[in-house]
Design a protein around this ligand. Structure first.
Ligand code: DX5
Ligand code: ZN
Length: 219
């Protein structure tokens, strides 16, 4: 599978989101990564349904919605209704993860599970075959522009090994501190979806920054 690029609009210009979405529409981006934070699961609040619905009005690419919220089950349908195609919940926020994953799939969305930096990938061994995507956090969730945690490579390797056995089509998504400097190593380790916020939106030529991430070849 060729790798995918999912720019995170957490680092976009909130005063002119339409312009940034149109830029993503014309770029090599594959998905649009949407970070939802509730101020409880993470120490920050980002945006909610009206903003995502507005983004979806212009977006021509799938919305990849990363829920950094407690009790995600309460809102899954609302996220689907405002345009989510992929819904990723945090392992650490779901007591009945199997039920939550089934609920996402019943809505017709792709189901993802995110792991905080301290959570071992092994906790997913009995649910991996049911997932479309695993998101490995390579920073502590809550903010854009943080430093990549190097231990993440080890987790990608392990997850890739598990996926080869039970779910070879799994999307392995890396989120946090991803840039042109570490992307080749991340792809070689087994990642196939790169989320990038700061590395794209702080670039002078954002279009070019996305193209550069897209054209990296791990082979
Ligand atoms: C962090 C979010 C990330 C973040 C990535 O909590 O989940 O998606 O926006 O931003 P960068 O690429 O700037 O680390
Ligand atoms: Zn994210």
């Amino acid at each position: 599978m060729n790798h995918l690029i999912a720019p995170s609009i957490l680092s976009a210009n909130f005063a002119n989101l339409e312009e940034d979405i149109q830029m993503l529409n014309k770029s090599d981006a594959d998905w649009i990564h949407v970070d939802v934070m509730d101020g409880l699961f993470v120490p920050n609040i980002s945006f909610g349904f009206p903003v995502i619905a507005a983004v979806n009005n212009f977006a021509k690419k799938p919305l990849d919605v990363h829920l950094m919220i407690v009790n995600p089950d309460r809102y899954l349908k609302e996220f689907k209704d405002v345009g989510a195609e992929i819904i990723t919940v945090h392992y650490e926020a779901c007591t009945h993860l199997h039920r939550t994953v089934q609920a996402i799939k019943e809505l017709g969305c792709k189901a993802g599970v995110a792991l905080n930096p301290h959570t071992p990938v092994a906790v997913l061994s009995d649910i991996l075959h049911d997932l479309d995507l695993v998101l490995i956090m390579s920073v502590n969730p809550g903010f854009g522009g943080q430093k990549f945690i190097d231990h993440t490579y080890h987790k990608i390797h392990q997850l890739k090994k598990m996926a080869l056995e039970s779910n070879p089509n799994l999307y392995i998504e890396i989120d946090g501190g991803v840039s042109i400097h570490n992307s080749l190593a991340l792809l070689k380790a087994g990642a196939n979806v790169l989320v990038a916020g700061n590395a794209i939106f702080s670039a002078v030529d954002q279009h070019h920054a996305i193209a550069e991430l897209k054209k990296i070849s791990p082979n």
